[in-house]
Write a protein that binds this ligand. Structure first.
Ligand code: ADP
Length: 549
């Protein structure tokens, strides 16, 4: 027997109509590409999104057609999030940090029909647009007075002109909640990038779950600064969650340096921000070098790669900003686990609490997880056994766009490629990505642990740990580090810093100091590049010192 409740599809447009009706006066503040700060309300945004939906239809986007964006975080991008998906088309957020060839490959694979872009990306668009067979129009996301001239793009359109040409009398269409809403490509560090095609249903369910108190803990009393780009897994869903809860939104535009972020946080009274560790490094350095503090910011959501405990302590102990450590993937929309202490853990000593907070956290409701060994058998949740992390749930990929890569699932579970432990309280900790694991003498060494120790050294700005081939042990760990400005740290001093913190045989065999570490398009260390760069590196003989003789 069926229940007798209303059948209402879960649609992205309903997030916007809710925000307009219940939080119409709430503000959206954006630092613009043009250089100034723009502010308006959710009510204004909703009206412009309706006009934009009409404009997108007028440009001839097919039903379910892909509309690409190449843009920083800002209100026009937010309007596109709702106008495109809400009207039944698919929003495809391109990552402008990719190489032009890869971007063209992705846009062609997605069959993008329209390309909206921030004016700073004009040269990129000029390079890729002529290579896209199905592209019907390019739109510069600016007003007439800032329109760039381009001979390479003869029919270039102006965003504000498109919006002004329409009125806001538009009803959001109602359709099946399983309809595709948006598209993100995985970074393709192995093989070609693969498209993850979200649905309205998966997005709305993910939004509910990610806003919960033990998840990202968002409410109408918050002012949210998504530093994570809107082209990086939909800014972790924050443009949707802010509408659901009625939080004030602050968009940083392209200015992601420490000084610009700190000024925006203080001026706008930001209470919660979100981003990858590399971005926070710049912010913390700026704050500490200038003796500044955070007057309003109470929480920061850190994910995308492991948050080094040293960074966590800097935020929490020195600046009274609580770190919310989270783990996710493009394939998970992206939120999978969030590290919120349980009530019983609040009374633990600071060092025990810190150890828990270094973990990536507990599964949010909707995500089911397990770890498995090489034979596929499930491993114990004892915080010790480590194996591949598998997940399943209603906002987790079932298949990549175009069936690329075959069936990604194993027995209904999505293998994440991450190696993790899970403790008895259900806290998951990533020890490595399976392709980054260091295999030494038949055992695994977790590179994240070693990086965290190196980055806890006060003279280290950033460090990465990679495997170097070794004649006897197959692979041994090498630390590649960048010193803080003015630091005099030596190789020997950094190696000694590991003493007593890990099993001796885990101690890195060598340290190399470099000027910069290569970062990928989403701000993560490119380990494959580092491995390549150092594959011929000759390690010193450390057998006796590390107790492996
Ligand atoms: P890519 O890094 O390939 O662009 P995603 O942005 O989807 O893809 O990143 C997903 C991966 O990022 C995860 O599989 C995991 O390896 C890593 N990751 C995400 N959050 C964390 C975290 N908090 N700690 C450690 N690793 C993380």
């Amino acid at each position: 027997m069926n229940g007798l409740m209303m059948q209402q599809p879960l649609l992205i447009s309903s997030l916007l109509t809710h925000a307009e009706r219940h939080h119409g006066e709430q503000q959206i503040v954006s630092r613009r590409v043009e250089g100034d700060v723009h502010r308006y309300t959710f009510r204004d945004m909703a009206a412009r999104a309706r006009r934009l939906a009409k404009a997108v239809a007028r440009l001839g986007v097919s039903d379910g057609g892909r509309v690409a964006t190449l843009a920083w975080n800002g209100y026009r991008h937010m309007e596109l999030y709702y106008a495109v998906s809400g009207s039944g088309a698919v929003l495809h957020t391109l990552n402008p940090r990719l190489h032009a060839d890869q971007m063209a490959w992705i846009a062609q694979h997605a069959r993008d029909e329209i390309l909206f872009f921030d004016i700073g990306f004009l040269p990129l668009v000029e390079a890729i647009a002529p290579r896209l067979a199905g592209l019907k129009a390019c739109v510069a996301m600016t007003a007439r007075e800032h329109m760039p001239q381009s001979t390479a793009l003869p029919g270039l359109l102006c965003f504000e002109e498109l919006v002004e040409a329409e009125d806001d009398a538009y009803e959001w269409p109602v359709f099946d909640e399983n309809t595709a809403s948006s598209l993100c490509y995985t970074s393709g560090t192995t093989g070609n990038p693969k498209g993850v095609l979200y649905s309205h249903r998966s997005t709305v369910l993910h939004t509910y779950a990610s806003a919960l108190p033990d998840s990202l803990n968002l409410s109408s009393r918050d002012t949210v600064l998504p530093v994570v780009p809107m082209f990086h897994v939909n800014a972790w869903g924050l443009p949707y969650a802010a509408s659901m809860v009625g939080a004030k939104l602050v968009f940083p535009g392209p200015a992601l340096d420490g000084a610009s972020l700190h000024e925006l946080i203080e001026r706008q009274g930001v209470t919660v921000s979100a981003g990858v560790p590399t971005v926070w490094q710049g912010l913390l350095a700026h704050v500490e070098n200038h003796g500044l503090n955070f007057a309003s910011m109470r929480r920061t959501i850190i994910g995308g790669s492991a948050c080094p405990p040293a960074m966590m302590r800097a935020f929490q102990d020195r600046h009274d900003v609580q770190v919310i450590h989270a783990w996710g993937m493009t394939e998970l929309s992206p939120v999978g686990t969030v590290c919120a202490l349980k009530g019983s853990q609040r009374a633990l000593t600071a060092s025990r609490r810190n150890a828990i907070q270094a973990k990536q956290g507990r599964a949010v409701f909707g995500v089911d997880m397990k770890i498995v060994g090489d034979d596929g058998a499930e491993l114990r949740w004892d915080g010790q056994a480590s194996g591949e992390l598998m997940v399943r749930g209603p906002w987790i990929v079932a298949q990549y766009l175009g069936g690329e890569g075959g069936d990604p699932l194993a027995d209904g579970w999505f293998p994440t490629g991450d190696v993790a432990t899970i403790d008895a309280d259900g806290f998951m900790q990533i020890t490595d990505r399976s392709k980054d694991v260091i295999k030494s003498g038949g055992e695994w060494i977790g590179s994240i642990d070693l990086e965290n120790i190196a980055m806890a050294h006060p003279q280290v700005a950033i460090a990465a740990c990679v495997a170097v081939p070794h004649p006897r042990w197959d692979e041994r760990p090498l630390i590649v580090a960048v010193r803080k400005p003015g630091a005099t740290l030596t190789r020997e001093e950094l190696l000694r810093f590991f003493d007593g913190k890990i099993a001796r045989w885990w101690t890195p065999d060598d340290v190399v100091f470099v000027d910069a570490i290569p970062l990928g398009a989403t701000g993560k260390v490119l380990k494959n590049k580092l491995r390549d760069a150092f594959k011929e590196h000759r390690l010193p003989d450390t057998e006796a010192r590390h107790g492996r003789a």
